[in-house]
Design a protein around this ligand. Structure first.
Ligand code: 5CA
Length: 435
């Protein structure tokens, strides 16, 4: 992509309304624009990141055997009256009346819809287990939307729902999601810490929040420092095997948010405890037959008896993750994207646009990167070098390559990892390193 053509409305000034680094940086880098309180439009740079995160979430969901569906954002009120949550949900639910005076709502979550699909489609234990997911918009009319996409009113979520014949099978489904979440967040360069949690408005018996560490996080976290040395990507995981040992290994280490942490009952000495701040990026729930009983979602078991299906639901804050990753990875100059989700891998800067030799080296380098399938943002504008360097640091691409007249004469380009040291090497070696 050529910078002169790319729609990336960066800001020089720090927007006054933004209180935390991710919100400031996302606005300054032209990733998003606020359309209304807690409601954002995603511009090309931000949308690329959102899609990369979505794709990692999708790949990890597919690896567990879950299947992707797409449910409507607008839902009928009747289904929520059946489950008993229509009144309970309160003012966070955006209620809509259509021209026939029927009650609709913009979905804050999808347990009711998916339970309705299930009860109309599945009759027998032979069709279980099932696990259905979607990646889509939700709306919650938060009292205080803040911190940009981290606490929005409209936000992008991966939500999935498991259906099993009995509690033991439901536990297997829960474990799959637990382990899959560890992998998902680790692939984004994050350190995920699962914590036992309350099930709140979703309800149920067992629940874990997945918190990632970031200094500006909303929750205080206390945990065994061993958490910080565990690498989920090093685990050999077989989703058809018994995952209980992995879940046990991860949950026997101490971890709690401040509302749960009780120094008097903490098994670790205060001096040995890691304390920091974190952001909730995922939440999983096992709630048994809460919705299947109230909504009549039953299947016949192997004795021919009708039983309510056992369910769990599992959420990942996909749009929140964009902010969370920035909170976990930035410096004074801007964002530092992990390579797995970066909007482009390489930022190529022509430091003397219009100079024949520089233009020729840059054009060839750009074409070679494109031919090798390396996503590149090529800044060929007629701008000062300082402006280009500052913008590249702000938008945080993993690699920067600068081409100037001095280097071109010497047969070199300057290559730098975002946040690392500059190196002068030949254009060919630079290309080899990036492809
Ligand atoms: N039905 C369940 C699981 S699908 C559910 O809705 N869970 S949740 O309420 O915990 O939301 C799942 C995830 O969505 C949260 O862990 C969080 O990362 C994200 N999320 C929740 N509220 C917001 C919000 N207002 N803005 C951005 N992300 C949010």
């Amino acid at each position: 992509m050529r910078r002169s053509k790319f729609f990336m409305p960066t800001l020089k000034e720090t927007p006054a309304e933004a209180q935390i680094p991710s919100h400031r940086l996302m606005l300054r880098a032209g990733m998003v624009r606020q359309t209304a309180a807690g409601i954002y439009s995603w511009l090309p740079l931000g949308y690329r990141v959102l899609k990369n995160i979505e794709q990692i979430v999708r790949e990890e969901m597919d690896a567990t055997g879950a299947q992707e569906i797409l449910m409507p954002t607008v839902q009928p009120a009747e289904l929520w009256q059946e489950s008993g949550r229509y009144e309970d949900y309160g003012k966070e639910m955006l209620r809509i009346t259509d021209r026939h005076e029927r009650g609709l709502l913009y979905g804050p979550t999808h347990e009711e819809i998916v339970t309705d699909i299930f009860r109309n489609s599945v009759r027998s234990y032979r069709d279980l287990p099932q696990n259905l997911y979607q990646i889509h918009w939700k709306f919650r009319d938060e009292v205080r939307p803040r911190f940009g996409v981290m606490r929005g009113r409209e936000f992008f979520m991966k939500d999935n729902y498991s259906f099993d014949i009995d509690p033991a099978a439901a536990r297997l489904s829960y474990n799959k999601m637990f382990v899959s979440y560890l992998r998902t967040f680790a692939r984004m360069g994050l350190t995920p810490i699962p914590m036992q949690a309350d099930s709140g408005a979703i309800g149920g018996d067992m629940s874990h929040e997945f918190i990632v560490l970031a200094d500006t996080g909303e929750s205080a976290v206390y945990c065994d420092p061993a958490w910080l040395d565990t690498d989920p990507l090093a685990l050999d995981i077989d989703f058809d095997g018994d995952l209980q040992p992995i879940v046990d290994k991860w949950t026997e280490l101490y971890a709690a948010t401040d509302d749960k942490h009780d120094p008097a009952n903490c098994p670790l000495d205060a001096t040995k405890l890691y304390s920091g701040r974190g952001i909730e990026v995922g939440h999983i729930f096992y709630f048994g037959t809460k919705y299947s009983t109230s909504m009549g979602a039953t299947v016949s078991d192997d004795q021919g008896k009708d039983v309510p299906v056992e369910m769990g639901s599992y959420g990942i804050g996909v749009s929140r993750l964009v902010g969370a990753i920035i909170e976990a990875s930035h410096d004074d100059d801007g964002i530092i994207w992990p390579e797995s989700i970066a909007p482009f891998k390489v930022g190529l800067m022509n430091l003397r646009s219009g100079d024949e030799a520089c233009d020729a080296v840059c054009e060839k380098f750009y074409q070679d990167l494109n031919a090798a399938g390396v996503d590149t943002l090529y800044d060929e504008r007629d701008e000062r070098a300082g402006v280009k360097f500052a913008e590249m640091d702000l938008i945080g691409l993993p690699w920067q390559v600068a081409v100037g007249p001095r280097g071109v004469k010497a047969g070199t380009v300057e290559i730098k990892r975002r946040g690392g040291e500059r190196e002068e090497i030949s254009a060919d070696s630079a290309l080899a390193r990036l492809t």
